[in-house]
Every structure is written in C-alpha cells, then in structure tokens.
Design a protein around this ligand. Structure first.
Ligand code: ZN
Length: 503
C-alpha cells in the first residue's frame, strides 16, 4: 500500500473511533445534565457496548498491522507523523497488558470505589487500605508492561502529561514549598483576614437566586469572548467541559444560592477549558491531535482565565459591574474593593476542592509527596494517614480531625488514578509564565482594565491552543515564552498578589 493509501485507511479508522467517542460523550453529557435519574440502567448498557466496540476496534489485529505500516511509512508530514505516534502509544498501552489482568483490574476498581464511599462515610481507612494496596500493585505491574526500564511513577505521570517526570515536579514543588508555605502563614496572621472573612460571610448571606446567576454566567460567557454558535452551557452537580470537535464544545456550571463566587469562577474556569478546545487547529478534528497537549496544559488555560485574568484587580471590576446590574439589591452596599477581596479570600482548609487560589497547590503537594513515596519508597499503606495528617499540619497549619476529612476525601485513588493530581497544580505555574510573557508583548494590563480579552485570547490561540496535541508541554512553553518552564514566575505572581492584599 502507498503512504497515501495507508493514511486514507487510518483516516477511516479514526473517524469510526471518533463516532464511538462522540456517542459516548453525548451519553455522558446527557447523563450529567438532563437524563432522568432512572435512565441509568439503559444508559449503562449503551455505554458498555460502545466501550467494548471501541476497545475491540482499537486493539484488533488489523489496527495493529496498520499502526506498524504507518510507523514504517516514508514521507509523512509532521502532523501525520505525530498523529500516528500518539495513536501507536495508545495502542501499545491497550495491548501490552494481558486481557485477564485488565478484567481483574476492572473488577477491583468497581469494588474499590464502593468500598471507598463506605470507608469515607464511616471514617474507616482500614476498610479501604487492602483495596488501595491492590490498586497500587496493579499500577506497578501495568507500568512495567508499558516500560520495564522506566521508574514506575514516571510512567504513571506520563499518562496525564507526556514527558512529565519526578525531576520537573521535585523542582516545581520545592518552589511551592518555599513560596506558598510562608505566604499562607502570613495570610493566616494578617489583620486583613478578619475583615475578608466578614465580607465573605456578609456577601454569601445575601442569597443569589439561580435565575439571576444563570444570567450572570451568560454575561461572563460573552465577556470571555466565547462563540455562541459553537459552545453551550448547561447545569450539573459538578462543573466540567466536554466536546466532540472544534465546532461543538459544552461546559457545565453548578449554582449555589449562598455562594455566588462558586458559579462565577466555575464558569470562567470551564470557559477557559472550552476556549482551548474551540481553538485547536480544526485540521486536527477526528484525529489524535484534537485535544489539549496534556491535562496540565488544559489546567493552565482554565486557570489563566479563572485566576490570572478574572481574579486580577483590573478585570475583577468588570465582573463586579455585571453582577451588580443583575443583583442591584444584593450589591447595594458592596463596594468594588470589597468584591475584589471576596473573590480573593484565602484561608487554609482541609478539603482540596474547596481550597482557594493560594492554598490549592499545597493540597496537591501533599498528594504528590505521598504518591512519590508509595511508588519510590514502597511505604506501607497503613502508614499513609499519619503521613497525610503530619503534612497538613506542617504545610497548612491545620490537622484533619479524621480520615474522612483527610486521606479519604478524594475519589482519585479508588479509581486507580495515580499521577493525576500534579497536573492540577503544575498548569497554574504555566499560567504565570504565559502571563509574564504576554506582559512583554501585548498591553496585558490595559486589556484587563478595558475588559476586552480579544488580544489576550488571540495570543493564547496562537501560542498554545492551536497546537492541540502536536507538541508536548515543554515544547509549547519554550516556543511561547522563549524559555524553559520556570516555576519562579508562579512564585513571583503569588508573592506580589498576596502581599498586596494581605501584607
Ligand atoms: Zn479544570
């Protein structure tokens, strides 16, 4: 077969896989937003058949043969070569593990999730520990199949961000520890904190009806510059973004009447994810290149809109104006400055998903250090809760009263997701480096002041979004900023912001 014929065949295969993926996406979207509660059984049947068909197609002999031929083909363009490379990695991951072990693992995962729910409810870590131990053992075994030479934890990290290693994360979290731990201690002792707390409680107590919040979220959609003919918003219990291609991206928001900041920042965060997906080069639709470079890069784009842009003093006032227009009565006695403090309230807390911009990375640092110890130092799972609590005491200055509010709080490990957490935090550090570069090349602060994000979004489109998965994170950061990834940008950003507000 000629190279062109091979590529045509590959295109046909990828479109078929896209179709299965598209159907699964819609099914999940429907399940999270609109489907009646009792539809769960029927949707489950469809989902498992679609997943089975996808797996069979991905791992078939024909697919394996085609991948091999494409890898050997000559004269592939850069985008085709990379498309084949990503697909081949995925194929290898799916086929290198014996089917029997995959089935055992799938069964274990389903059990572990149920046990985790019970353990969390009953504050009973001992119940979950043996499952955690087995999940870890499977991760080690699977990582060895994928790459027998590599360190297990590096292989796990690579799953969420191609090329990510402990070396990068050790340097990154050393910077976080050096910067955020003292900043957090400063905020906790700050004389501004009681006032910030009073403002927060006063605003939340006013109550914001769902209809008004929906109007506000729509106004933020426009302020962010998202296209109405390619992007839609719905409501779900937990906000998320999904999509099929660059003409069809959706995200969700949850509304809480006693916390207007929650919907505002969820909308801007998910809007940032959506902005990324909408602006990937549309030539990459229906191929392996049609997603963000990594989980980390995706978080860098959600957080640059959520934090760097929307929690800045210059831009925050535009959000204030929109909120005041929609809720004139509630905002009668709230000043622009108070609203800014409200949106930047910081206080150490036990629960990761409730953490503020400053303390969030400390929660991730604890998880990273523990995961690293699990896979590098083979610690006993029974020792983990004590380690967890000590680290919270040391870094955040608070100690969980029980494991429910400590090591059992996150679902990730019960799903077998190890190496996932660091991406939540590392992306924030990319955002700071991108922001610093934008300040050199465009009138960044002027744009925020005007409330016009066109120029900022164009820079992100051109320097981050358009690549999709064509490049890995390190290459994107280097091309966009002219420098290697450098966590000191993040340290400087946090120091400046939090000493200004709380110093
Ligand atoms: Zn996100």
């Amino acid at each position: 077969m000629s190279t062109q014929e091979l590529l045509n065949k590959f295109d046909e295969l990828q479109k078929k896989l896209y179709a299965f993926g598209h159907a699964q996406m819609l099914l999940n979207w429907d399940g999270s937003t609109f489907a009646p509660e009792k539809s769960v059984e029927g949707r489950g049947i469809t989902a498992s058949i679609l997943a089975g068909e996808t797996h069979a197609l991905m791992t078939s002999e024909d697919t394996g043969k085609l991948v091999k031929e494409l890898q050997a083909a000559e004269g592939l363009e850069e985008k085709d070569r990379r498309n084949v490379e990503i697909f081949a990695r995925e194929y290898k991951k799916l086929t290198c593990i014996p089917a029997k072990e995959v089935m055992e693992y799938t069964k274990l995962r389903a059990e572990a999730e149920q046990i985790w729910i019970k353990a969390k409810t009953d504050n009973d870590y001992k119940l979950f520990a043996p499952y955690l131990e087995k999940l870890i053992a499977f991760q080690i075994k699977f990582a060895k199949y994928i790459d027998p030479e590599a360190k297990v934890y590096n292989t796990l990290l690579d799953d969420y961000q191609e090329g990510l290693t402990m070396d990068t994360l050790d340097k990154y979290f050393a910077e976080v520890e050096k910067t955020v731990v003292p900043l957090n201690a400063m905020v906790a002792k700050s004389s501004v904190l009681p006032r910030a707390k009073e403002i927060k409680e006063r605003i939340n107590a006013k109550g914001f009806d769902k209809e008004g919040q929906e109007k506000l979220v729509h106004a933020l959609f426009k302020l962010q510059g998202l296209p109405e003919d390619r992007c839609k918003i719905a409501v779900s219990a937990h906000p998320f973004t999904s999509g099929a291609n660059t003409n069809d991206i959706r995200y969700t928001v949850a509304y809480h009447e006693d916390n207007i900041a929650s919907a505002i920042y969820a909308a801007l965060h998910e809007g940032g994810h959506a902005m990324y997906n909408l602006n990937i080069n549309s030539d990459y639709n229906y191929t392996s290149l049609d997603e963000g470079a990594s989980m980390t890069m995706h978080e860098s784009q959600s957080r640059i809109y959520e934090n760097n842009i929307s929690r800045s003093k210059n831009f925050n006032k535009h959000i204030y104006k929109l909120a005041k227009d929609i809720f004139p009565k509630q905002f009668e006695d709230i000043t622009e400055e108070e609203f800014y403090i409200y949106c930047n309230y910081s206080s150490p807390s036990l629960i990761r998903i409730e953490a503020d911009e400053l303390t969030y990375s400390l929660h991730i640092m604890v998880r990273y250090q523990i995961e690293r110890m699990i896979f590098e130092d083979k610690v006993d799972v029974m020792d983990l809760p004590e380690m967890w609590n000590k680290k919270y005491e040391e870094y955040l200055g608070i100690c969980p009263p029980d494991d429910t509010h400590g090591i059992l709080q996150d679902v990730h490990w019960s799903f077998g997701l190890f190496g996932y957490f660091p991406t939540y935090s590392l992306g924030t550090a990319y955002s700071a480096q991108f922001e610093a570069k934008m300040r050199e090349v465009i009138d960044y602060d002027g744009a925020l002041e005007k409330g016009d994000l066109t120029e900022i979004t164009s820079w992100l489109n051109e320097n981050v979004h358009k690549y999709g998965k064509l490049l890995i994170d390190d290459e994107i950061v280097r091309k966009a900023t002219g420098k290697e990834f450098d966590p000191s940008y993040y340290a400087k950003y946090l120091e400046k912001k939090y000493t200004e507000i709380y110093g």
